[in-house]
Design a protein around this ligand. Structure first.
Ligand code: GLC
Length: 596
């Protein structure tokens, strides 16, 4: 009871002084905090690894997260609200009653939540080239995130991927920093604008600072790409990547996530030059810096030195996670480091001030709990329509030998029997890709949505029969649509040394050709792949990236209900492994066909 009273006292204190600036309120709280409470505020734990929910109260934990695949026991909408409220009430019961901020990777919709709208991954949004649809997608995502109580998404990723062997290529809007800048700003504004119905704001997170998409092949995990070394002069950084983050900061992004990679051999997580001198001083960032998942552990040295190095470098909150190093060990070692003056209290107060400032800006001190009132936002028709529109705009038609659209503008049927084949034709998990329900995504009916095949069936004009024949070897039609591509992956699980197409997919295309059918190939992928040796006998080809749950958007383009506007936001090499530095390009940045 005492603790609730102290929260109410704090609330009364602040609410009766409406003109008190946030900074004054923050200072007032800091003055009351013990070192242990400050350490607690700087600690972020994945809820799955809590020893005891009472720890949130006892240690004044500042933040929890749901990492990829981290759900309530039952993945229902009410269960998410109950999970959030349960933890928030524990935080409000702490001595000073400082509310939690709860983070999640809502990177293409509220993608941990069953039934949430799943939007195209950033590579598809990049192909739209349209800040408005990106703003709408981010805003709709926040309306679904806020409905579950959660107040912080670890998005947008504003990487500029260069080497497509990187498993996170699809998390980037584009290889072109200028396009990433425009779409990154739109995403931040979309995520952080309160929804018309739900006053709750969702805080965005620009990630991963800095150079995550520019690492050198062979320097990453498993001698591949992810978390490798980025070699760029400071001048080059200032010309290319820093303006992208500056624009996100100027757009009001409240958090920045440090990147796993190294910059010129120094781990970003331990770089004072990056996290303080450049980000906070030169760029004027006044939110807070969050580490990546156990990101400080990868700094050379033992765990205590990792803590000292990263906090002194400017890390404000550590995503300990609790899966590796126990969070009580983190808090004990951080406390020790403070007591031994290895980390000055001024640095701790700066970190905690930033965290509290963001919590005030997020409205958490005013209205920390959520009710069930907004659950209808999740997977709403309105939000799914936004998804369908984004899918339409993301499809890039790259080859069309007078095949598309499948029916012309006055509805005259051109192909009466269409065979739909391929692994990706009726596979929601494959079209959603990684970061969907589970960290690595999954196959088949992993959530609610419309597959490519279902979209074609439900939108086929009169006179067109749509038939499913997965291997294209038993039904002969006028034309075959063969949907091929990559199985879902996330982060370094998607690092590859080769970007060849799947042999099984190529066989299905051959089967369709052998039956004498015209063939339209649709590629589901997180990046450009090696098509040059195969696409000569494809009659039409479109890259559909990772479209998400609203597969009808693809049918809209194929049937001509939407004249394709998608354009490549990554150049497409003859040899995809060569990425943006390839000597010969099949298609340049900006390539894409519309219908005459
Ligand atoms: C992951 C990713 C990061 C994500 C974080 C929390 O390892 O690198 O993008 O936000 O952990 O899931």
């Amino acid at each position: 009871m005492q603790n609730i009273l102290s929260f109410l006292t704090i609330l009364a204190l602040f609410s009766c002084q409406p003109d008190t600036s946030i900074d004054q309120k923050v200072d007032d709280i800091i003055k009351q905090m013990t070192t242990a409470e400050k350490v607690g505020q700087m600690t972020q734990i994945d809820h799955r690894f809590l020893d005891d929910h009472e720890d949130i109260t006892d240690y004044a934990i500042g933040s929890l997260l749901s990492g990829g695949g981290s759900h309530p026991k039952e993945n229902t909408h009410k269960a998410w609200v109950d999970l959030y409220n349960g933890y928030q009430e524990k935080a409000l019961a702490s001595r000073l009653g400082i509310p939690l901020i709860y983070g999640i990777d809502a990177v293409h919709g509220h993608n941990n939540v069953k039934g949430a709208t799943i939007y195209p991954h950033n590579i598809g949004l990049g192909a739209t080239g349209n800040p408005e649809i990106v703003r709408s997608v981010s805003h709709a995502t926040s309306s679904e995130v806020a409905a579950t109580g959660i107040n912080w998404t670890f998005a947008p990723c504003i990487a500029t991927p260069q080497d497509y062997r990187w498993g996170r290529t699809y998390e980037g809007f584009s290889s072109d920093p200028k396009l990433v800048l425009d779409l990154g700003v739109a995403a931040v504004e979309g995520y952080q604008s309160s929804t018309k119905k739900n006053p709750r704001k969702v805080i965005a997170c620009a990630k991963h600072f800095i150079g995550d998409g520019n690492t050198i092949y062979g320097t990453g995990i498993n001698n591949l790409v992810d978390r490798g070394n980025t070699v760029l002069t400071k001048e080059s950084l200032k010309k290319t990547l820093i303006p992208v983050y500056q624009a996100a900061i100027d757009a009001g992004v409240e958090t920045v996530m440090a990147s796993y990679n190294s910059w010129n051999g120094v781990k970003c997580h331990g770089s004072k030059e990056l996290l303080t001198d450049i980000l906070k001083v030169e760029m004027g960032f006044d939110g807070f810096v969050i580490s990546d998942w156990a990101g400080i552990d990868e700094i050379p040295g033992d765990y205590k030195s990792d803590i000292v190095t990263s906090i002194n470098a400017g890390m404000d909150m550590v995503m300990v996670s609790g899966e590796g190093e126990p969070y009580k060990k983190f808090m004990a070692l951080l406390t020790e480091a403070i007591q031994e003056e290895l980390i000055p209290m001024s640095r701790i107060d700066d970190a905690v001030s930033r965290i509290l400032r963001v919590k005030f800006r997020a409205g958490l001190f005013d209205d920390p709990l959520m009710d069930y009132d907004y659950l209808s936002e999740i997977g709403s028709d309105e939000n799914r329509q936004i998804g369908r529109d984004a899918v339409r705009q993301s499809v890039v038609v790259l080859k069309n030998e007078s095949i598309l659209p499948l029916s012309n503008s006055n509805g005259k049927v051109r192909w009466s029997k269409i065979v739909v084949a391929g692994r990706g034709a009726d596979n929601l998990g494959m079209q959603c890709g990684g970061w969907t329900i589970d960290w690595q995504g999954g196959q088949g009916d992993i959530t609610d949505g419309t597959t490519i095949l279902e979209g074609l069936r439900e939108n086929a004009p009169l006179g067109i029969e749509v038939v499913s024949d997965p291997l294209a070897n038993s039904v002969k039609g006028d034309l075959a649509i063969v949907v091929i591509g990559e199985d879902p992956y996330t982060e370094f699980f998607g690092d590859r040394d080769s970007l060849n197409l799947n042999e099984e997919d190529l066989q299905v295309i051959e089967n369709a050709k052998a039956q004498g059918m015209k063939v339209v190939v649709l590629l589901i992928s997180g990046r450009p792949m090696n098509i040059a040796d195969h696409f000569d006998n494809w009659d039409a080809f479109a890259a559909i990236w990772l479209p998400g749950s609203e597969g009808e958007g693809v049918a809209d383009v194929l049937f001509g209900n939407y004249n394709p506007t998608g354009r490549l936001s990554f150049p497409w090499p003859v040899h995809a492994e060569e990425g943006t530095s390839a000597s010969s390009m099949l298609y340049n940045l900006g390539a894409g066909l519309s219908y005459e």
